[in-house]
Every structure is written in C-alpha cells, then in structure tokens.
Design a protein around this ligand. Structure first.
Ligand code: IPM
Ligand code: MG
Length: 365
C-alpha cells in the first residue's frame, strides 16, 4: 500500500522527536510490507527564516496532496517577549489548521501504569484514568476578529462560535463516546459568556441524537479543578479551542508528562498528527527530549487516517514494553528509575523499534 506522508518537523525539539516518529513509521512499513513515500515541508520559525512566511505556499501544496501529516512543533523564544513582531511561527500552525479544515483535535490522555510515579498527582487518584478530549480547533478567540485601538492601549480578540462549528465537533465527540463509556462532559463558561450559552444549547441538541450517551455540562473553572481531583470521573470531554488548549496541558499531568501525549487533528480531509508539547527551546539540541509523544502520534496516524489497527497497536505495545523494561527519558523518571536506563531521544526511539521487531517475531514465529 503506497501512502504519502508529509513530515513537518517545525522548530526546536519538533525536529528531534519527529525524526523518531518517522523512523517508527518506516519500521511499520518494513514489518508489514507497506510502502510509504515521505516528503518534508517547512513551517514555523524555520520557514520564516527561509521564506519570510510561517507557512509557505510550497508547504501548503504538499499538505493538501498527501494521505497524512506528522507534525512536530512551532515556536521560538525570540517572539515570546516581543509583541511587536508581526510575523510569528504560531501563525503557520493556525493557518494550516484553518486551510486544511482540521476542526477537531483529539487528545487522548491515557496513563501507562509504569508511569504512575512520574506524575505530581497521587497514584491512587490517577490509576485507571483514560480521557479523550475533543478540542474544537478552528474557531473561538483564536480566529475571531482581533485588533487594537486607542493608540494601541486597548486590544481585543473576539470569542465567537457558529452553530455549525459546534454541531460538527459535538457529533464527533458523541460518536466516540458510544465506543467508550458513553459519557460526555461538555465544558464551557455559560454563566458568563454568550458564545458558551450557544455552545451549551447546541451540544444539548446534538446530544438528543445520542440518547444512549450521558451528557453533563461543566463550567471550565470547575472542570479544571475536577480533572485533578478525580480524573477517573471523565471519559469524553468536549470543549472549545481556548478552554481545550488550557485543559489539555493540565490533563497531561494525568499521563505523567507532556512528553507522552499525542494528538490527532481531523476534519473532512487529511489528518494531522502531533505531540501536544511545544518546541521546548530550553532543551533543544541536547538530545534529551521524549520522542514518545511523536511515536504515539504516528500510532494515531495509522489508526485514524489509514484504519490500520494492528500496526497502530504494535507501536503502543512496543512503547509499553520499553516502559516496562524501565527505559525512561528525563521527563518521565521517578525515584525508582535506574539512572542507567535514562535514554536520549534517539536511544528511546531505537528501543521502541527493537520492541516492535520483537513483537513481530513472536507473533509470526
Ligand atoms: C497547541 C499549542 C498551540 C495552540 C500554539 C502553539 C498556537 O499550544 O497546539 O496546543 O494554542 O493551539
Ligand atoms: Mg497548547
């Protein structure tokens, strides 16, 4: 099966971790006799330096003509404290989401048992947590009208949602809930925001098409608290762009580390897969970034875009095995970690591929 995958490493550790995600995809191709054509494209700070544009047309053309995308991260510290810079790496990511119609961001928060000790939350509270976030990705304050007035002394970003934007992601969340514990928590701020009141109304209406799925509404502040207080009380969480951005970073602590979390952005066309972590310039170039979020993103890619469950499952099991054998990157070590088993980015990638090889051999021996 010939599939074209665009690799979009981006900035900072994006490059380091995506290289490992790609190698794992190559390993899948070898083991299962698939063939992938990989193409690279530029985005973010790197693309600005090369072309002045955070998402050059050449990249966009490649993205529109492929079967799936594996993305790293964008960002650079030089922009973070300089609000005067007009062209910014993140614009490339936002434009890509909009242009490709990637309106649903799925962020599964699943804790590998081996990492129970790596989180700052107590193990007995965490154990068994398994949450699937549906974050809306192409609306909200991210894309509402923004601007400045009063000689730059007033600035605004409009929080705006249209019915069809809420409906389409709500359907996805309810449909997913049917395959899980049949429970959706929809998060908003309907006690204050008009856009949240529409959100709540539309989600309730969509929910009526799924009478077998239980729907609960929570305000975002309460949801933020409950996520840490009792993560097991959540199954599918449905929310808007901004609240979803914040809550999923928080929820990453339930999985031990940001370095573990993969995500899928889907809409009506091609799917994009990426770690939820950023470009992390503080550790760039040291070879210590955790590649598992990118590797698990590759697993999501095979499952969601290609429908290849077995291939996807093999990657997840290989990651599980690597963790079971005590291998860690720095971000997921705990008091029990054997210092000798703390691996670099590329070593962790190698260990996962070796485990895949082992699984393939025992399955078909
Ligand atoms: C994310 C990131 C992005 C976002 C940034 C880099 C624009 O934080 O994917 O969660 O806010 O959506
Ligand atoms: Mg974020």
């Amino acid at each position: 099966m010939n599939k074209k995958i665009v690799i979009l490493p981006g900035d900072g550790i994006g490059k380091e971790v995506t290289a490992e995600g790609k190698r794992v995809l190559q390993k899948v191709a070898d083991v299962f006799d698939h063939s992938f054509v990989f193409e690279e494209a530029q985005i973010g700070h790197e693309a600005i330096e090369a072309t002045g544009n955070p998402l050059p047309d050449e990249s966009l053309m490649k993205l529109k003509d492929c079967d799936a995308i594996l993305f790293g991260a964008v960002g650079h510290p030089k922009y973070d404290n300089d609000p005067t810079l007009k062209v910014r790496p993140e614009q490339g990511l936002l434009k890509m989401r909009k242009e490709l119609g990637l309106y649903a961001n799925l962020r599964p928060i699943k804790l590998f048992d081996e990492l129970l000790g790596a989180s700052s939350i107590k193990p007995e509270i965490l154990k068994g947590s398994d949450i699937l976030f549906f974050r809306e990705l192409t609306g909200d304050v991210y894309f509402g009208e923004k601007g400045k007035k009063d000689d730059g002394n007033t600035a605004y970003d409009l929080m705006i949602y249209q019915r069809f934007e809420i409906e389409r992601i709500a359907h996805k969340a309810f449909a997913a809930a049917r395959t899980r514990k049949k429970k959706v928590v929809s998060v908003d701020k309907a006690n204050v925001l008009e856009s949240s009141r529409l959100w709540r109304q539309v989600v309730t209406e969509v929910g009526q098409h799924y009478p077998d799925v239980q729907l609960e509404h929570q305000f975002v502040d309460a949801a933020a608290m409950k996520l840490i207080q009792n993560p097991r009380s959540f199954d599918v969480v449905l929310t808007g762009n901004l609240f979803g951005d914040i809550l999923t970073d928080e929820a990453s602590q339930i999985a031990g580390s940001m370095g573990m979390l993969a995500s899928a952005s889907v809409g009506d066309t091609v799917g994009l897969y990426e770690p939820i972590h950023g470009s992390a310039h503080d550790i760039t170039g040291q070879g210590i970034a955790n590649p598992l979020a990118s590797i698990l993103s590759a697993a999501l890619l095979l499952d969601i875009s290609f429908g290849w469950k077995e291939e996807s499952e093999m990657i997840i099991r290989a990651v599980e095995q690597a963790l079971k054998k005590g291998y860690r990157t720095r971000d997921i070590r705990d008091a029990a970690t054997d210092e000798k088993k703390i691996l670099s980015t590329s070593e962790m990638g190698r260990v996962v591929r070796d485990e895949m090889e082992r699984i393939a051999k025992t399955q078909w021996a």
